[in-house]
Ligand binder design. Sequence first.
Ligand code: CA
Length: 185
Amino acid sequence: MTEGQTVTVSGELTYDSDGDGTCDTPLANKTVKILLTRGDTILASTTATTDSGGNYSATLTIPNTEYTTHIIAVAFEGDGDYSPCGAETDITVYSSTAFRDVSAPSTIYVNDTATVSAHLQYYDPSSSTWNDLAWVKIEIKWTNPSGTTVRDVYRVTGSDGWCSDSYTVDQAGTWKVSFSFPGTL
Ligand SMILES: [Ca+2]
């Protein structure tokens, strides 16, 4: 994630119906707090109300902050009848991220398998360097010459920040392949 980006947090709120320490039953129509924290500091917060299936969803905007790992915490404080259950997820805030190299065949023929690759890096302002962004999920979309998206998959970058995908093209013309890094959630 980078500053100004929004992150959608969604999940299911449950409680421990039989006291075995594991939350197991959905809780409808309850308010949960969703917090973005760094250390002991709350940087952003919002609330959401669960639906009939216990599901909630809310959006937070990443504020101006340090470029490091943050925690998104979902908290239900309980209301007397239920024991609280919560959840946490780490996210990392980057000053910026970019696909800094791409690799694709310039010409291929119908029924050939094309492989495209892209190199994701993030900017570290403390050292003024671009570094490889490893082990994050990338969405890759293939659009054929008619403008139809025929493949939409997720790939994970390797330790070198590169990810790739292959597709057997079945139409002549110009194909488009898009790479996007939606953030770490
Ligand atoms: Ca239980």
